[in-house]
Structure formats: structure tokens, C-alpha cells
Write a protein that binds this ligand. Structure first.
Ligand code: FMN
Ligand code: SF4
Ligand code: SF4
Length: 344
């Protein structure tokens, strides 16, 4: 039925790459191509009767910016069929598998593709081992194995359904929850993401190997004085943190506290007295939002500048790293996936 299947994957730690590959593994006698979604677009051609498959992580109950950008970079759809397979944070506690929550991750991209003239043949989230090791320890090998095996079975089922000419839509409850939580997703995309990247820092065990900079799909890491520095374009894909050979990239609760404090009202009120409070709370709607957003951007930049300079003092870096929870966390990389496969 299809003349070619083109799979696109955006990934931090390999889950979405595996999902794209599992789909392609179900394809028989049809040409397949696989491309990574990166800041610099790949060179590909979409022809007659092609099927496009998209796999990418869920971030903040929605799709990452990079995926949305990718959709707008595609040529017009002219009815080309597409399947969307966002991956989400599967976990397993005491032998019980718990699903992640993709919210609008699948159907938002489906809508964008629809508006660009594509025909959506499938939308389904796939539970894969959660990779957010800035907030939790990496899953055990056994849990990773069980969750991945279920993921593979699901992707194979979806692939067989779509390749036999049928459609596959799931995730309506997560979609409703995602719409109810849209405010959180929006705040994640425009604020939390900026702050999250700025929570990373390289501890003294960093040897300046530059791997993190090389593999970053958003080209968000700059090396300053032989140490990585995270810019605002980071998509929190977690590749740098999980693949650093020295396990040097950490997140410290002290920096989390510092950011939370500076981003909240007390600081403005403390610095500017009543004027700060009036500025932040009194103007109506959009003006209030603009003032708060500007304040957030300026204060994040200021805290980052301070942290950047303070972290050059080795004992301070050692203290922050010593107090960081992530120092004790296992990292996560999708098993069987090499760095070369996903971050060329
Ligand atoms: C910053 C961040 C936010 C995340 N938000 C969600 C979420 O809202 N819902 C969810 O189910 N999983 C969430 N996850 C988990 C990932 O979507 C999941 O582990 C995914 O499979 C990672 O895929 P990758 O290895 O291809 O990057 C989040 C992960 C990160 C790093
Ligand atoms: S990958 Fe790790 S060791 Fe290498 S430069 Fe980055 S933080 Fe430092
Ligand atoms: S800086 Fe790290 S977490 Fe951010 S996009 Fe690059 S590799 Fe991913």
C-alpha cells in the first residue's frame, strides 16, 4: 500500500529512537528511512504514497518545541499519511507497571499536521522507561526490560494495524487531562523549560571532553573555560546528563531553591518594596503577564550569571555537587542504543 515509510525521531536518551525502529521493523518489502529531528533539519524527500511516522518524548504533558518546529519545516502534506507515537514516562513500582501521561503530546502534533495537509492514520502514546533523571533515579535494568518489552509489543500492534490499511487512535482520557492541564504545559514551554536548563551544572569531575556539547540535538551547550554552559534553547531532553561519561552533570536542590525564591514575588517585593508588588499584581491581564514574564527572564539571567561565576570557585562547585541529589541517581540510557545511532 505504501511506497516508502519515513520515520522521524526526536530523542534525548534513545526511547523514541527505539519506538521508531520497532515500527520500521514491522515493515516488510517496503523501503524505509529513518531521520533524527535536530535543530539542523535532515535532507529527505517525501514522495507519493509515503507514510510518515513521528516518535518523540512527552515533555510537560505536551510535545517539545523542537517537534512543533519540525512540523512547520515539513513540506505541505497533500494527504500524506502520518502516525504519531509520542513516548511517555512508564514506571514500575513493586512489580506494578504505571503509565505516563502524554496529555496533548500526540493530538497537538496531529492537529498541526492536519492543518499542514497531512492525513492522521494513528495516534498512540508508548510507555517507555522514564528518563527524567534530574528528578528521579534511573530505573533498574529489570524494570527497563519489562517496560520496554510492553512498549515494543504495543508499537508492533500499531504498526501492523496501520500497515494493513486501518487507523489506530488512542489516548482520549490523557488528551482531556492534557487540555485541563494546558496552562501547566504552556508555563512549562515558556518558563519552566528556561529554568530547567539552567539548573544543570558540571561538577569538578567534568574533564572538559565536550561530549555533551557534541551530542546536544539543540546545540544548546557552549563551552566556557572548558566547562559546559547551558543556554536558553535547551529542550531538557536529558541527553547531556545521562550520557556524560564522568557523570559530572548535576542538579542541586540549592539552585532549585535559589531559582524558586528569585522567581517568586518575595524577591521583587523585597527589592522594590510596594512598587514591585503593584507592578507584578495590579495591571490587568496581558500587561501583568508581560511584566511577570520579563521579570522571570531577567531574574533567571541574573541568577545564571551569578551561578556561572560562583561555580568557578572549586569549593563552591564541590559543595553544590556534594549536596546534589542527582549525584546518587543512576542515569538512564535506552539499552541497545549507541550514541552514534541517535546523536551523530
Ligand atoms: C523534562 C521532562 C519532562 C517530561 N514530562 C513528561 C510528561 O509530562 N509526561 C510523561 O509521561 N513523561 C514525561 N517525561 C518522560 C519522557 O517523555 C519519557 O521518558 C520519554 O520516553 C523519553 O524519551 P527519549 O529517550 O526519546 O528522550 C518527561 C521527561 C523529561 C526529561
Ligand atoms: S560530557 Fe561531562 S565530562 Fe564531558 S564536558 Fe560535558 S560535563 Fe564535562
Ligand atoms: S542541553 Fe542537554 S538537556 Fe538540553 S537539549 Fe541539549 S542535550 Fe538536551
Amino acid at each position: 500500500m505504501y511506497t516508502k515509510i519515513i520515520a522521524f525521531f526526536m530523542t534525548g536518551t534513545g526511547n523514541s529512537y527505539k519506538v521508531a525502529n520497532w515500527f520500521l521493523a514491522s515493515v516488510d518489502k517496503v523501503k524505509t528511512e529513518l531521520y533524527q529531528v535536530r535543530e539542523k533539519p535532515a535532507d529527505f524527500r517525501i514522495g507519493e504514497n509515503n507514510l510518515l511516522v513521528f516518535s518523540y518524548p512527552t515533555h510537560g504533558f505536551t510535545a517539545p518545541w523542537l517537534m512543533m518546529k519540525h512540523i512547520f519545516r515539513l513540506p505541505k502534506g497533500n494527504g500524506t499519511h502520518v502516525v504519531l507515537l509520542p513516548t511517555r514516562a512508564g514506571t514500575r513500582i513493586l512489580g506494578l507497571s504505571l503509565p505516563g501521561m502524554e496529555g496533548t503530546a500526540g493530538y497537538l502534533i496531529a492537529l498541526l499536521l492536519l492543518l499542514r495537509g497531512y492525513k492522521v492514520k494513528g495516534v498512540a502514546a508508548v510507555d517507555m522507561p522514564s528518563n527524567w533523571t534530574a528528578v528521579h533515579w534511573g530505573l533498574t535494568d529489570e524494570n527497563v526490560r519489562v517496560i520496554s518489552a510492553k512498549g515494543e509489543a504495543k508499537v508492533t500492534r500499531i504498526a501492523n494495524t496501520v500497515l494493513s490499511g486501518h487507523s489506530f487512535y488512542s489516548g482520549f482520557i490523557p488528551l482531556i487531562l492534557g487540555i485541563l492541564l494546558a496552562r501547566i504545559s504552556f508555563m512549562y514551554l515558556i518558563i519552566a523549560q528556561l529554568v530547567l536548563s539552567k539548573l544543570f551544572f558540571a561538577s569538578n569531575t567534568c574533564n572538559g571532553c565536550r561530549l555533551c556539547q557534541k551530542i546536544c540535538p539543540k546545540q544548546s551547550i557552549k563551552m566556557l573555560g572548558n566547562k559546559p554552559h547551558w543556554t536558553y534553547s535547551c529542550d531538557s531532553c536529558m541527553a547531556c546528563m545521562n550520557y556524560c561519561p564522568q557523570k559530572a552533570i548535576q542538579v542541586s536542590p540549592l539552585t532549585v531553591f535559589l531559582f524558586s525564591y528569585v522567581l517568586s514575588f518575595p524577591v521583587t517585593t523585597w527589592i522594590t518594596g510596594k512598587i514591585g508588588y503593584v507592578l507584578m499584581t495590579n495591571p490587568p491581564g496581558i500587561i501583568q503577564f508581560a511584566v511577570q514574564y520579563l521579570y522571570t527572564l531577567i531574574s533567571v539571567a541574573l541568577v545564571c550569571w551569578i551561578l556561572h561565576h560562583v561555580l568557578r570557585i572549586k569549593p563552591v562547585a564541590a559543595l553544590l555537587a556534594g549536596l546534589s541529589h542527582t549525584k546518587y541517581f543512576r542515569r538512564y540510557k535506552a539499552p541497545g542504543v549507541s550514541l552514534n545511532d541517535i546523536h551523530k
